[in-house]
Design a protein. Structure first.
Length: 439
């Protein structure tokens, strides 16, 4: 089996190393040896250390490598939308099997890849695109194919989980925790894709597509990052017996007209310490799947890094190589359900709202009236003195209200917060976080 590797950075280098170190085992598992036909890179003269590969295999002509007749499998670990999309579509239309870790491409235009795979008759595998080495996507599209998945909730970005875990453990603010994550190599020099939720949103789209047999793109995912999460939010969560995580949530449910739809969102949320995801710390990932027959399933492990991602890539390589030797292909894309995506405003959730208010009679009744006008039920109210130095100048006649709602449509909750901001008695809305999971 001849393999073309597109990209030889952190992940690509680990793929080469594992192919070399495990060559005998891989040949035994597949039924034929794997040979590297070529490796496409941006720069030929880059120092790649002691990588166990013939330098003559390197090329800057990725498209030419993909088009070669002696290539059976194309592995892409370059990332980005273009030119990767063009390379993979070319390979798939030519009947080659493709293994990719490219979450951004799959989330933006996975349809083009699936259509090209159907046209050419090759396999398209992408286990490494979500949660690194954790075997997650194949169980969703194969092991649970006979079940009905109702919700997928996950921590799928290691950088943000490290930051929030550090804030919870030390009481640090976002900026300090991000600085630590950068120093330790968990965060990129430009962490925008992670901390603003773009990375998690791409993964959420892939998970929702597989779980609900519906094409979901990154544009369908409601996205919020963690840059507005404060040390005060973390402390308030602790007081409630909760912790804060950046969650991706994909849920099946009915819309206002009773039609079955899906809702897909990424945002920070408070979850109770009793929830299985609450104990997932450091840069680990975990995904919690709920299905009608199987019940609750948990997938946990390292979600990033060269070696874990390469492990997932090699697992896919073995699968597609076996299929080619047997003259079969894997099950094609399952998008028969074609459910519409429910807007975020219709998603059912709960809010945790912190208010600095005037400390005088009638304030609580006025605030409660706002919730009532939007048909939002209050679950708990906690009152204390507002911290000195907050908006309002730390005045002695200020108080703090912390309100947790019952479940309501997100649009009604957002409208409630909007009206609260306009009240004279509300000095400021200091924090708004969603609350997920029962407690």
């Amino acid at each position: 089996m001849r393999l073309a590797l597109l990209g030889c950075g952190t992940v690509g280098g680990e793929v080469v190393r594992l192919l070399h170190e495990q060559s005998a085992d891989l040949a035994a598992r597949i039924g034929a040896p794997i040979e590297i036909a070529g490796i496409a890179v941006r720069r030929l003269n880059r120092d790649r250390g002691d990588l166990p590969v013939d330098p003559a295999l390197f090329t800057t002509d990725a498209l030419g490598l993909v088009k070669r007749d002696d290539v059976d499998v194309v592995v892409e670990v370059v990332g980005g939308i273009e030119p990767a999309r063009g390379w993979l579509v070319e390979a798939l239309r030519a009947g080659k099997s493709v293994v990719t870790a490219n979450k951004a491409l799959l989330a933006e235009d996975g349809a083009a890849l699936h259509d090209a795979a159907a046209e050419g008759g090759g396999d398209l595998y992408y286990e490494a695109s979500v949660a690194g080495a954790i075997p997650l996507l194949r169980p969703l599209r194969e092991s649970l194919h006979g079940d009905r998945i109702t919700q997928v909730t996950g921590i799928v970005n290691g950088t943000t989980n490290f930051i929030l875990s550090a804030m919870d453990a030390t009481g640090a603010g976002f900026a300090e925790a991000l600085e630590e994550a950068t120093e330790l190599g968990y965060a990129e020099a430009d962490p925008t894709a992670d901390v603003e939720g773009f990375d998690a949103a791409a993964k959420a789209a892939i998970l929702a597509s597989l779980a609900f047999h519906t094409r979901v793109s990154a544009a369908d995912v409601h996205r919020e990052g963690i840059t507005e999460v404060t040390a005060a939010d973390v402390a308030s969560a602790k007081a409630m017996g909760c912790t804060i995580k950046l969650l991706c949530i994909a849920a099946r449910g009915a819309d206002a007209a009773g039609r079955e739809t899906v809702n897909v969102r990424v945002h920070p949320a408070m979850i109770p310490l009793t929830h299985p995801l609450a104990s997932v710390g450091d840069a680990f990932n975990a995904v919690f799947v709920e299905a009608e027959a199987a019940g609750q399933l948990m997938f946990y492990g390292r979600g990033a890094g060269g070696a874990p991602t390469a492990s997932a890539v090699l697992g896919d390589v073995v699968a597609v190589a076996r299929n080619r030797l047997a003259g079969v292909r894997a099950a094609s894309e399952s998008a028969y359900a074609d459910l519409s995506v429910r807007p975020m405003g219709e998603a059912l959730t709960r809010y945790h709202i912190s208010l600095d208010v005037a400390d005088r009679p009638g304030v609580l009744a006025a605030v409660a009236g706002v919730f009532a006008r939007h048909d939002v039920s209050i679950a708990t109210v906690r009152q204390g003195s507002a911290a000195a130095g907050t908006s309002g100048g730390g005045r002695d006649d200020d108080a703090e209200l912390v309100i947790v709602t019952h479940v309501a449509p997100d649009a009604a909750l957002a409208a409630t917060v909007g009206e609260l901001r306009g009240l004279d008695i509300v000095r400021s809305v200091t924090s708004v976080l969603r609350v997920e999971g029962g407690f």
